[in-house]
Design a protein around this ligand. Structure first.
Ligand SMILES: Cc1cc2nc3c(=O)[nH]c(=O)nc-3n(C[C@H](O)[C@H](O)[C@H](O)COP(=O)(O)OP(=O)(O)OC[C@H]3O[C@@H](n4cnc5c(N)ncnc54)[C@H](O)[C@@H]3O)c2cc1C
Length: 596
């Protein structure tokens, strides 16, 4: 089993050399506390916590999972999880980015991104408990009444209660318009919530004294479809408006799922049997309230993908350096040893460099998205907030889908690099591959992210976000145009960016004649967009490394990895472009009966 070592040097490089977050912190709300010294100390402490406390619990969590006692409807988390959670609260991690008014430290979200990456690399399942709390606290902060924030948000921020998001029902997953859970009004203004939710992460557990469920349900007179959904708070233990905790509420865990991966992250069937709840925000506007927190939730799952990509790379790299097998094709590299290490073989290097390029490039993409979250809410100038919002809406589906698809690819490479040993449980690699699988499914599948990117975020906005992103790429290319050392990256980047704009226009025209074209093109369009975005971030990384005080070896490694990316990964866009240009008939012509 490989050990986890937080990649602090690269995290700092991305934050401060590539994205220049220190300059951003100097002018955004809450950034005054994020001095370089403070951020460095926080990152060091997060590394210690994740390497020493969370990583050692990853394998045992996978082996033992969570256990439901059906008689009491209580869930016990794997050994060590509860103690680790107590340390998490003690360290003040739960309120890092939350408003000071509710007990948080109000630090920028972009500091939360590397910390989240470390949690997810070390122990993805454990990281799911605080993850859902973040979503719930965002909903309460943005849409809750003041008493709801005082009563519920403060406890989520101090970590003594966790949150859930209860959307999915047996017949309703991607299509929330089908949702059936309903409520009835009580005379005192509260509601009785009834229905069954499935797949609810952290729906029941033993880490905290109370759990705050955020539940989508329908009011009695609600219109059908997505326009009739409202959002409710339903605590596990009832809480009155003064914050007094009372008796057990009528919400229970009926079963837990037995899953392919993330076995220590409990996934619950939750039964609401007239449970006391409170409306958040406006009646019938629940989905909108959920949407406002979706950017952060989707970014968080993207970061899960990044965390697993990094962890799989670390495991595979250590093994490839250590395992002796065969001789280099160009003659023995370690003649004193019985064989050369795996890392001399081109095919092993292909997989390792793919992992490295997608981990480091993905890190820039993920942290870049997080830096936009900061600007949306905290930039001093309203025009800058608006620009960041438009850009963020566009970049989120790319970030969520690409980073999680990368995690599937890179954990698969880790298993392959370990050979038969990768397929065996003890190596730890097969766990990463199983854990990664869910990340392209929950919080909106890759297919749904792709429809969101091409349909809602691009065609419906006349390409607003794309235009802003392409302007940024173009400004970068112009600024670096006179830098001969960067020409090998700038020229192909400029071509790919231009093709991106052309392809988008082509699809826009085709959609006018046939609405199916959106769905036909969406996933290829998403991958195309993602690989061009990573090319931009790789070119920026090389420019930032060259201009930095990093060591010669660091600069060479960045340039070498960027060359690999441009030569061997960016060309994937050619396949996606060809598929995009293929006629919709190639997918849609065959009637369902002819599938066999
Ligand atoms: C481990 C785990 C944890 C989860 N945690 C939570 C949670 O905490 N809270 C919660 O509410 N839910 C949770 N979920 C549910 C998760 O978000 C859903 O599984 C996901 O949204 C997909 O819904 P579905 O499973 O019903 O699939 P479906 O919606 O039935 O989709 C099946 C397939 O069809 C595709 N598809 C569906 N509609 C379209 C369309 N219009 N166009 C093109 N393709 C389409 C999808 O991309 C997918 O590939 C969790 C699920 C799991 C497995």
């Amino acid at each position: 089993m490989s050990n986890y070592k937080a990649p602090l040097a690269d995290m700092r490089f991305v934050m401060f050399d590539v994205l220049k977050l220190d300059a951003q912190y100097a002018r955004i709300e809450g950034g005054e506390n994020a001095t370089r010294d403070t951020v460095d100390a926080i990152l060091d402490e997060a590394a210690r916590f994740t390497e020493q406390v969370l990583a050692p619990l990853n394998a045992i969590g996978d082996e033992q999972g969570c256990v439901l006692d059906k008689a009491t409807a209580t869930v016990t988390t794997p050994p060590g999880f509860k103690e680790a959670y107590a340390k998490y609260i003690e360290g003040g991690w739960s309120g890092l980015t939350a408003p000071e008014k509710y007990g948080g430290q109000h630090l920028p979200e972009s500091i939360g991104a590397p910390i989240k990456e470390m949690l997810d690399s070390a122990n993805l399942s454990w990281g799911n408990f605080p993850l859902l709390s973040h979503g719930a606290s965002e909903a309460l902060r943005l849409h809750g009444e003041e008493w709801q924030r005082e009563v519920f948000l403060k406890h989520i921020v101090d970590g003594t209660w966790t949150g859930t998001m209860c959307l999915t029902e047996p017949h309703c997953g991607s299509d929330l318009g089908l949702l059936k859970s309903r409520v009835e009004a009580n005379p005192d203004g509260s509601y009785r919530v009834s229905g069954t939710k499935i797949f609810i992460t952290a729906g029941e557990h033993d880490l905290t004294e109370n759990i705050v469920h955020l539940v989508l349900a329908r009011l009695p007179d609600a219109p059908p479809g997505v326009k009739g959904i409202s959002l409710f708070i339903v605590p596990k233990y009832k809480v009155d408006k003064s914050g007094k905790v009372g008796e057990r509420n009528a919400v229970t865990c009926g079963a837990i799922e037995h899953k392919m991966g993330i076995k220590a992250s409990v996934t619950c069937v939750m039964n609401f049997d007239g449970a006391e709840g409170f409306l958040i925000g406006q009646p019938n506007k629940g989905l909108m309230a959920m949407f406002t927190m979706m950017n952060t939730a989707r970014l968080a799952v993207g970061i899960q993908g990044l965390g697993l990509t990094e962890r799989a790379y670390q495991g595979a790299l250590a093994y490839a350096r250590d395992r002796l097998q065969g001789r280099s094709l160009s003659g023995a590299k370690f003649p004193d040893k019985p064989a050369d290490p795996l890392i001399v073989h081109p095919d092993i290097r292909r997989m390792l460099l793919t992992q490295k390029a997608l981990a480091e490039g993905g890190r820039v993409l993920g942290y870049y998205a997080a830096s936009l979250v900061d600007l949306v809410e905290r930039a001093p100038d309203p025009a800058e907030r608006k620009r960041a919002d438009d850009l963020l809406s566009f970049i989120i589906p790319i970030t969520k889908a690409l980073l999680t698809e990368n995690a599937n690819e890179c954990t698969y490479h880790a298993v392959q690099i370990f050979g038969g040993h990768g397929y065996i449980h003890e190596s730890g690699m097969e766990q990463f591959a199983r854990d990664a699988r869910i990340t392209t499914i929950y919080e909106g599948t890759t297919g749904i992210q792709a429809l969101d990117l091409l349909g809602r975020k691009t065609l419906q906005t006349q390409g607003l976000g794309l235009k802003l992103f392409l302007e940024e790429i173009s400004a970068f290319c112009h600024a670096q145009a006179k830098e001969p050392a960067l020409a090998e990256f700038i020229a192909p980047l400029a071509i790919a960016a231009k093709d991106w704009a052309d392809l988008t226009q082509e699809i826009g025209k085709r959609v006018l004649g046939n609405p199916d074209e959106v769905g036909v093109a969406a996933v290829d369009y998403l991958f195309y967009s993602g690989y061009v975005a990573l090319a931009y971030f790789w070119a920026r990384s090389v420019a930032a490394a060259d201009a930095s005080a990093q060591s010669v070896e660091f600069k060479q490694a960045k340039r070498g990895t960027a060359r690999f990316y441009f030569a061997r990964i960016l060309p994937r866009t050619l396949t996606h472009a060809a598929a995009l240009r293929a006629n919709a008939d190639t997918l849609m012509m065959m009637p369902a009966e002819q599938f066999g």
